[in-house]
Ligand binder design. Structure first.
Ligand code: PGA
Length: 254
């Protein structure tokens, strides 16, 4: 953890959640006590159908709400897509972009992710730009080259460091219960910070770099203590309020 960067713990609900599950937000809100709120930022990214309702349920709590994807354009004939402006209108302040499930399942390239990040900035949203290597890339010794290449290709030149979040999520760690070693996480986050510094100069110190991939209450403290790990992007465990809150408490350095 570098000085000046508040930890951010973000929940990515993915394609999970009906209105019947909105109580989860109330539970997270109830556990986000003033002590925790003083030192850790929370972000909840529900499916777009629940954005407005989650934003209403979180109103006044300090819990931020985000989308999970956005189209590069503000409006137009793009059936089924949502613009960053629409997410903002529904109550979002952040948007996850380039998650590996979108890079893989929707053939999203670095160039497209960068366009989406431009769109987020245009709409006043904080982009949470995801990067991460596959197992074959790690085993081939190419993890750092792949991830720093994704940073170069996906992060817009004019991104404001203090309004940019990067999430390092090794593809093989997502939803598998497997995590990289603490040494591997430290090496990767330092490489990401250096790549950002090459682009942004000293401002790169203000970018929050989250670790994601099988973060659970049992491993959060160890992962969140790694230098340059400024929080977590949490999938499965963000669907259980007690687990999400335990991870948030593990991020508290105060
Ligand atoms: P997981 O997902 O915590 O369920 O591994 C993380 C993510 O994909 O953001």
């Amino acid at each position: 953890m570098g000085t000046g960067r508040r930890p951010l713990v973000a929940g990515n609900w993915k394609m999970n959640g009906l209105r019947a599950h909105l109580a989860l937000v109330g539970e997270v809100r109830a556990g986000y006590d003033p002590g925790l709120a003083r030192s850790v930022d929370l972000l909840v990214c529900p499916p777009a159908t629940l954005l407005h309702a989650v934003a209403e349920a979180a109103r006044g709590s300090g819990i931020a709400v985000g989308g999970q994807d956005a189209h590069p354009l503000a409006a137009g004939a793009f059936t089924g897509d949502l613009s960053a402006e629409m997410l903002a209108d529904a109550g979002a302040s952040h948007v996850i972009l380039g998650h590996s499930e979108r890079r893989e399942g929707h053939a999203e390239t670095d160039a497209l992710v960068r366009e989406k990040a431009f769109a987020a900035i245009r709409a006043g949203l904080v982009p949470v730009i995801c990067v991460g290597e596959t197992l074959a890339e790690r085993e081939g010794g190419r993890a750092i080259a792949v991830v720093t290449g994704q940073i170069r290709g996906s992060v817009p030149d004019d991104a404001r460091p203090d309004r940019t979040v990067v999430a390092y999520e090794p593809v093989w760690a997502i939803g598998t219960g497997r995590t990289p070693t603490v040494a591997d996480v430290a090496e990767m986050h330092a490489a990401i910070r250096a790549e950002l510094a090459a682009r942004m100069g000293g401002g790169a110190e203000d970018v929050r770099i989250l670790y994601g991939g099988s973060v659970k209450p049992g491993n959060a403290r160890e992962l969140l203590a790694v230098e340059n790990v400024d929080g977590a992007l949490v999938g499965g465990a963000s669907l259980v309020a007690a687990d999400f809150l335990a991870i948030a408490r593990a991020a508290d350095r105060s």
